[in-house]
Design a protein around this ligand. Structure first.
Ligand SMILES: Cc1cc2nc3c(=O)[nH]c(=O)nc-3n(C[C@H](O)[C@H](O)[C@H](O)COP(=O)(O)O)c2cc1C
Length: 317
């Protein structure tokens, strides 16, 4: 298979979503069309302190090839230590730095979006990753500014740090997850740098992805929230189709469920409830279905119920 990270054609990337894009979801979107998957954000400090929980979050599905691991931090020594640990893991192609997380606790430490206010530290961290990493690529995921848009300046400094490619969420930190995504700003960034740029923010359909690619001239799109509850969006993007049959949706949901049980054991059934809430949105008898699954914890009974509820026979009857 050709390497999507040469960006010969636009690539489709699953955005990191802490608490959602774990191994089971990533493995499903990968199987059905994503070109690149990214781990949930890992704290460089937690990695440097050998947190078992954080180590678990590095694990990937064999399908995830290429695979990117995202780290967050504000301290050069912690970032170096984290990268040295990642160097000991096989199967990681990209180390990505988080330059966008708006969570107050993260920003207070100067990490995530906090780096948008301190571009010297941002560059020092990126150069440290580049110099320390034995992986093929270094990337960054940025917002377009902290309080207001200075995306071009930030992106140029990222490029100047030796980063291989860049993902841009077209909101400032102040815009959180609600402000309108500024695709013009992403387009200006793309025009200003020569590394590949991946556009991100509110892309939720094949048409929207085509619009954003045309408007920004970017080298790929990254999709987060739309993939939760509709991981088949990557199938739609890959195949250029809008319609996804209920049979395919059912196959994807069951595959996701089976992966949850494989990875988390019986607890996977309970943990899958929140995904089922998203999957059942707009479907027949959704509130009854949610009530039922909220009471279920037996993995086999739950699987049978999922198979039945999402069957074309039931949904289309
Ligand atoms: C629940 C949640 C968790 C997120 N976790 C991360 C993260 O770990 N790392 C990161 O870079 N961005 C994270 N983001 C931001 C997304 O990757 C993405 O930039 C943002 O949601 C906009 O894209 P979307 O509209 O396609 O979701 C998170 C967003 C949400 C809603």
């Amino acid at each position: 298979m050709s390497n999507p990270l040469t960006f010969e054609v636009p690539i489709y990337v699953l955005a990191p979503l802490a608490g959602f894009t774990d191994l089971p979801l990533r493995s499903v979107v990968k199987k059905f069309g994503a070109d690149l998957t990214v781990s949930e954000m890992l704290s460089a400090n937690a990695l440097a302190h050998h947190s078992a929980k954080t180590f678990k979050m590095i694990e990937k599905s064999p399908l995830e090839n290429p695979y990117s691991v995202q780290i967050a931090g504000a301290d050069v020594d912690a970032i170096r230590a984290a990268v040295e640990i990642l160097n000991t893991y096989e199967g990681i192609d990209v180390i990505d730095l988080n330059i966008g997380c708006p969570v107050p606790k993260v920003v207070a430490q100067g990490a995530g979006s906090g780096l948008l206010n301190d571009l010297d530290t941002m560059q020092a961290l990126l150069r440290t990753i580049k110099a320390t990493s034995t992986k093929r690529y270094t990337s960054a995921k940025m917002r377009i500014g902290f309080g207001s848009d200075n995306g071009v300046d930030i992106a140029k400094r990222i490029e100047d740090s030796g980063v291989d490619f860049l993902a841009v969420h077209g909101r400032t930190r102040a815009g959180k997850f609600k402000a309108q995504v500024d695709y013009d700003s992403i387009a200006r960034i793309k025009a200003a740098v020569s590394i590949p740029v991946i556009a991100n923010g509110d892309i939720d359909s094949y048409e929207k992805a085509q619009y954003v690619l045309a408007h920004t001239q970017c080298d790929g799109v990254m999709i987060g929230r739309a993939a939760v509850g509709s991981p088949w969006i990557f199938y739609q993007l890959k195949h250029g189709v809008n319609d996804v049959s209920m049979a395919l949706k059912q196959e994807i949901i069951i595959e996701h469920y089976d992966k949850m049980i494989e990875v988390y054991g019986a607890h996977g059934a309970v943990a899958f409830r929140k995904q089922l809430h998203s999957y059942s949105k707009g479907l027949k008898q959704a509130s009854h279905f949610r009530d039922q699954v909220n009471r279920m914890s037996d993995p086999i009974a739950m699987r049978d119920y999922i198979v039945e509820y999402f069957s074309p026979h039931f949904q289309e009857s």
